[in-house]
Design a protein around this ligand. Structure first.
Ligand code: OFO
Length: 165
């Protein structure tokens, strides 16, 4: 049977992954409405992947004899000024997700729950990729600046960019 504190922490993580999915869906929609179809495709995929991250946790909690809680979600912000603000918000969000995952891992060690600790390693590795990807995109946007041709190529490249390593 899963430890109650670990179950609570995993349920909080479920909510965080669900919020990530919702958040990126709002960003994708923003991009689609501005004709940035490559960026929209990338963000729609990213949103789907966050939902998978949530599902993986839901299944794990239930398999361990806990009860996964499917959370209500508030409407995410759609107030973005430009792509820079989208991806810096995304990076900030992912940094918070990493901190939250580290807290769960820390709790697993304190409670000697090595099974959940092992399960969480997938998320630890995933966060390294997600943060690196967001930083990489922000670096590209900084290089492009206000160059419209560069923005066109950026959007085209994002269509192909994989969100997962
Ligand atoms: Fe689930 O990796 Fe982002 O949030």
């Amino acid at each position: 049977m899963i430890d109650t504190a670990i179950e609570k922490a995993l349920n909080e993580q479920i909510e965080m992954e669900a919020r990530s999915s919702h958040f990126y869906l709002a960003m994708a929609s923003w991009a689609e409405n501005r004709g940035l179809s490559g960026t929209a495709a990338f963000l729609f995929r990213h949103s789907d992947e966050e939902r998978l991250h949530m599902l993986k946790l839901v299944r794990f909690v239930n398999e361990r004899g806990g009860k996964a809680i499917i959370p209500p979600l508030a409407s995410p912000t759609t107030d973005f000024s430009d792509l820079q603000s989208i991806f810096s918000t995304l990076l900030e969000h992912e940094t918070n997700v990493t901190a939250s995952i580290n807290e769960v891992v820390d709790l697993c060690l304190k409670r000697k729950d090595y099974t959940t600790h092992n399960f969480m390693q997938w998320y630890v590795a995933e966060q390294i990729e997600e943060e690196a990807l967001a930083r990489n995109i922000l670096d590209k946007l900084a290089l492009i600046g206000s160059d419209k041709g560069g923005l066109y190529l950026f959007d085209r490249d994002l269509e192909q960019l994989q969100t997962e390593a």
